[in-house]
Design a protein around this ligand. Structure first.
Ligand code: KIV
Length: 284
């Protein structure tokens, strides 16, 4: 059955943990979807793990639409949440609405995600008023990396922790159906989770959140540029892939691959006739 924002609401009410992973293409989305995930996030982290940028600020609407639509084709049951890229919503609630609309119409998003607290509430209101569900994102918001001066744990002092709680309440009031809490102390995330009626989805925010999200390359050991402390490696797929690539190179060079089982057949008679014709043409 297709998961929706109602799935999120019910999970919070029933105390059931929510699960979300990123995906950026059809075949990965299909694998994740078939594993029974609640939501797939087409994160603007695609700037880092797919496009090789050092941060997410260069990601465009076209990137998100392109990858969103691919993921949506592979996700039969999971709710597909597509990130609003940097500068697609910060400029005005009108821009936010127009771009969220494009992510739904062209990127096939079931919901959109944007970063920020009180300052983006008018945009959240505009988008949700048009019938598009919004997931908020607080704590370490990667699009503001240049303000943070790097990817650091956020909200460790009383003032910034209080601001986070107020921001969480504001995005809830504005109509967000869930909020991602990234890279904040676990006890603070637990407090926010208890305070809110909407579910919190943690990444580097401890076990007290209503659900968890990870970038799939991090949890599969497929991205070695940097590994955040919170990214548990559930498998070493990067090593498995490298071994397979090396074996392919070796077997191709030594003519072990392709073997007969990977070949297509043709009758000997046809080959003999073709050879004969070639010989005759050659002697003319
Ligand atoms: O872009 C992304 O992958 C995200 C997650 C880190 C939550 O926003």
């Amino acid at each position: 059955m297709k998961k929706t924002v109602t799935t999120f609401k019910q999970a919070k009410q029933n105390g059931e943990k929510l699960t979300m992973l990123t995906a950026y293409d059809y075949s990965t989305a299909k694998l994740i979807d078939e594993s029974g995930i609640d939501a797939i996030l087409v994160g603007d982290s695609l700037g880092n793990v797919i496009l090789g940028y050092s941060d997410t600020t260069a990601v465009t609407m076209e990137d998100m639409i392109h990858h969103g639509a691919a993921v949506a084709r592979g996700a039969k049951e999971a709710l597909v949440v597509v990130d609003m890229p940097f500068m697609s919503y910060q400029t005005s609630p009108y821009d936010a609405l127009v771009n969220a609309g494009r992510l739904v119409k062209e990127g096939k998003a079931g919901a959109v995600k944007l970063e920020g607290g009180a300052e983006v509430c008018d945009s959240i209101k505009a988008i949700t008023s048009a019938g598009i569900p919004v997931m908020a994102h607080l704590g370490l918001t990667p699009q503001s990396v240049n303000i943070f001066g790097g990817y650091k744990v956020q909200c460790r002092d009383e003032q910034s922790a209080l601001k986070l709680i107020n921001d969480a309440l504001s995005v809830q009031k504005a109509g967000a159906f869930a909020v991602v809490l990234e890279c904040i102390p676990a006890k603070l995330a637990e407090l926010v989770t208890k305070t809110l009626d909407i579910p919190t989805i943690g990444i580097g925010a401890g076990n007290g959140c209503d659900g968890q999200v990870l970038v799939y390359q991090d949890m599969l050991g497929m991205f070695s540029d940097y590994t955040p402390k919170f990214a548990k490696k559930f498998a070493d797929v990067g090593v498995v892939m490298k071994n397979a690539f090396s074996q392919y190179i070796e077997e191709t060079k030594t003519e072990v691959f392709p073997s007969e089982e990977h070949e297509y057949k043709i009758s000997e008679e046809i080959i003999e006739k073709l050879e004969k014709k070639l010989r005759e043409n050659h002697t003319k």
